[in-house]
Ligand binder design. Structure first.
Ligand code: NDP
Length: 273
């Protein structure tokens, strides 16, 4: 069988771990693939994607800042992509059109469940209302939490996001929020070493805290939580691998690749750099 071609498109893109992750999945199945990084600009994104698929590309991942542009380029969409209005996975269809999926939310769910963080009936606090938060709402709601409070620095964005479902509540004042079972940090605050100041009484029953960011060291959010709670705390590397696993499954019509050994291997490689 000839080697299937895939890529990830973003800007910047040189740092992307997606080629490594997909090669590790391919080893699990004995598949052969080529997976490259493609740099684009807003002006060249659509023509780059169209050209690549015309030349036989079997699938593309899309990352910052092109997830909205990919949504617009796709002719049909998965339910999660429709909810997020953003696409991270493009799948060519028999008629030449592109199906847009968003696998970020399932990636998060796989990683939480893998680490025994269950969501059914739970009270959750989602920090942030940007692309990452929007991308996971659909799949979080599928897990049937009791409520998801959404806190965002710019409150109006949280209010807009909360309109999707009655289990979503925008936080206008911290007094709106009771003690929570799980916190998911979908802000980029940890990038600048900052932490959303959550009142400590809300942490009294906390089972888990999850930061979508990851790195070689625990993030600012993880460190802040570690010193205030005995909850289980995770970074977002497993979400990255989980979203890639869902893309892989969609492209190859395979079983879901094993996530855990790939998280371990990518973490090892990150530490080596
Ligand atoms: P966006 O730029 O779309 O949104 C950023 C969000 O963070 C906004 O809600 C913004 O609030 C908030 N924010 C930024 N700085 C601060 C601060 N200092 N204090 C409080 N809030 C802040 O980014 P994304 O949503 O795309 O990404 C968010 C994070 O999630 C990134 O770190 C990204 O790396 C990570 N991510 C990880 C994934 C994974 O697979 N592990 C997948 C996708 C994302 P405001 O609206 O007020 O500006």
């Amino acid at each position: 069988m000839s080697e299937k071609q895939f890529c990830v498109i973003g800007n910047p893109i040189a740092h992307s771990r997606s080629p490594d992750i997909h090669q590790l999945f391919a080893q699990q199945f004995g598949h052969s693939l080529s997976y490259t990084r493609q740099l684009a600009t807003m002006d060249t994104f659509a023509s780059t994607v169209t050209g690549l698929f015309r030349n036989g590309l079997a699938g593309a991942n899309v990352t910052v800042p092109f997830k909205l542009a990919a949504f617009e380029l796709a002719s049909s969409h998965s339910a999660a992509a429709l909810s997020a209005q953003a696409v991270n996975t493009l799948i060519p269809q028999a008629d030449g059109s592109l199906l847009g999926a968003n696998t970020d939310g399932l990636g998060l769910i796989h990683d939480l469940l893998r680490q025994n963080c269950t969501l059914k009936g739970k009270r959750l606090l989602l920090l942030g209302a940007g692309g990452a938060a929007r991308g996971v709402i659909h799949n979080l709601l599928e897990q049937q939490p009791e409520v998801i409070w959404i806190y965002n620095r710019t409150t109006s964005k949280a209010q807009q996001l909360a309109q999707q479902d009655e289990r979503l509540q925008a936080v206008e004042a911290w007094s709106d929020v009771a003690a929570v079972d799980g916190i998911i940090n979908a802000t980029s605050a940890s990038l600048s070493g900052q932490v959303v100041p959550i009142p400590e009484p809300l942490l009294a029953n906390l089972e888990f805290g999850y930061d979508m960011m990851y790195g070689t060291e625990p993030t600012a959010f993880m460190q802040w939580l570690q010193s205030r709670s005995n909850a289980f705390i995770s970074d977002g590397l497993g979400m990255l691998v989980g979203q890639a696993a869902e893309s892989y499954r969609l492209w190859w019509h395979s079983e879901l690749p094993s996530i855990e050994p790939v998280v371990t291997e990518i973490r090892r490689r990150l530490a080596e750099r």
